[in-house]
Design a binder for this molecule. Structure first.
Ligand SMILES: Cc1cc2nc3c(=O)[nH]c(=O)nc-3n(C[C@H](O)[C@H](O)[C@H](O)COP(=O)(O)O)c2cc1C
Length: 432
């Protein structure tokens, strides 16, 4: 788990209650800590029967609190543990949240450290229920959840699936990766892109020759999905238009699945009509077979010639629509090149009227298609070139979104006066 910008230095109070899913929260505590959050774990007495406090202490590197009557460690704003913990938190996460603790929270009971501090806390709260399907569907639990929701408590899950009891049903806790997505969404919602609409495209397209064969490319969608997550982390409303990929949907995006370049074109034009930003990271096919055979093409004795025709140019269509509507205000393209990277990328940026282009040499080792890392240069129409070192696609996404935030806050129109990127600016923009 690499550092996550929206979690850096954020104080998360992780309340663990007495459900079997408590073991999965060890993974969450570890992820949050590795990503840069300060995680204070508070366990109910029942929770300590499932996981030892020492496990969380070892994973977070911080003391674990279990007792309302104990003296807190240093670093809290007051010497009374429940008040200090409640007031120092940016977010209280209760995971797993038992039926019992949800009932106590609904009625304002304060009979252990977790319920007492939950009552004192003024920061947002996220509850992640986990329980037997009968307990979850019970009208008492449902009424409690409704009351808590109405008071502003966020809920994530539960989902349907197999329970520890061996029974199937709704009540299973969502997985730690998904809980992390909900935490990012809550902590990022007042970020610099709050109120902005961002459209991201990701992945490859497929152009079918017949019902079972297609032309495509090795794009995994990783870079586009990382951009969508980075935009969410800054508070944007994000529409992610994705070609075929197996990647999980970032929590909070509106996802539109497409297959062909034509579908990508149509979905983008519809989505950008009211968008502030378009991040065009999809690897859209430039050509498709002129005809798609209705039945599988049979193997014959002779060679086969494929006639290809142009697919619609998505960015050219966006540029045209933008001239009429003013949306999107910022357009960022990607150029995957195998030769003359900078020249080709600049030419593409100018031809399509983009505000930034992210150029990557797909022949470089560990960069481009199908790998976790990327090495890019971000070019702007003013002649600037921000060279980034080899880094994860998430880190590239962070750098691109920082540039987008700058563009939205400073640009009154899509074009700004010519300005060369200085060495100092470049160094400041590069992630440490
Ligand atoms: C093996 C076992 C598993 C349990 N799992 C859950 C569970 O997943 N969800 C739940 O709401 N209660 C579960 N319970 C019941 C709670 O532990 C019990 O209601 C307890 O009082 C909760 O206390 P707390 O809310 O203070 O942590 C389980 C009990 C046992 C013995």
């Amino acid at each position: 788990m690499e550092p996550i910008g929206v979690l850096q230095g954020r104080k998360i109070l992780l309340g663990v209650t007495g459900g079997i899913a408590a073991y999965k929260i060890c993974t969450l505590a570890s992820h949050l800590t590795q990503a840069g959050a300060e995680v204070d774990v508070v366990m109910t007495e029942a929770a300590t029967r499932f996981v030892a406090p020492l496990t969380f202490q070892a994973l977070t590197g911080r003391p674990v609190y279990t007792d309302l009557w104990s003296t807190p460690g240093p670093g809290l704003p007051t010497h009374i543990a429940h008040v200090g913990l409640a007031h120092s938190a940016d977010l209280v996460v209760i995971a797993p949240a038992t039926a019992n603790t949800l009932a106590k929270l609904t009625h304002g009971l304060a009979d252990n450290l977790l319920t007492t501090l939950a009552l004192a806390a003024t920061c947002p709260m996220l509850a992640v229920p986990a329980m037997d399907a009968g307990m979850w569907s019970n009208p008492a639990t449902q009424a409690n959840v409704e009351t808590l929701r109405a008071r502003g408590v966020h809920f994530a899950g539960p989902t349907r699936g197999r329970m520890a009891s061996g029974l199937e049903g709704e009540g299973r806790m969502i997985e730690p990766e998904e809980i992390l997505g909900h935490i990012r969404l809550i902590l990022g919602r007042n970020g610099p892109l709050a109120g902005r609409r961002v459209v991201v495209t990701a992945g490859p397209t497929r152009e079918f020759l017949d019902p079972v064969r297609f032309l495509s490319n090795p794009s995994s969608g990783c870079q586009g999905f990382a951009l969508a997550q980075a935009a969410l982390d800054r508070g944007a409303r994000v529409t992610l238009i994705a070609g075929p990929t197996h990647l999980p949907t970032p929590v909070g995006v509106e996802r539109v699945d497409v297959v062909s370049a034509q579908e990508m074109h149509d979905a983008v034009l519809e989505a950008v009509a009211e968008a502030d930003v378009l991040l065009m990271a999809a690897a859209v096919a430039d050509y498709r077979p002129e005809k798609t055979a209705p039945q599988k093409i049979k193997k014959g004795e002779r060679d086969l010639t494929l006639h290809l025709t142009r697919t619609p140019d998505v960015l050219a269509a966006v540029a045209e629509q933008r001239t009429e509507t003013g949306h999107p205000r910022v357009v960022v393209g990607f150029a995957a090149e195998s030769q003359d990277l900078i020249e080709n990328a600049r030419a593409k940026m100018e031809a399509k009227g983009m505000d930034l282009i992210v150029a990557n040499d797909v022949t470089a080792p560990d960069a481009g298609f199908g790998v976790e890392t990327n090495q890019v240069v971000i070019l702007d129409p003013q002649g600037g070139a921000q060279e980034l070192p080899l880094m994860s696609k998430s880190a590239v996404a962070e750098a691109v979104l920082d540039r987008v935030v700058d563009l939205l806050s400073t640009a009154t129109s899509s074009r700004r006066p010519a300005q060369k990127t200085t060495e100092t600016q470049r160094a400041q923009r590069s992630p440490k």
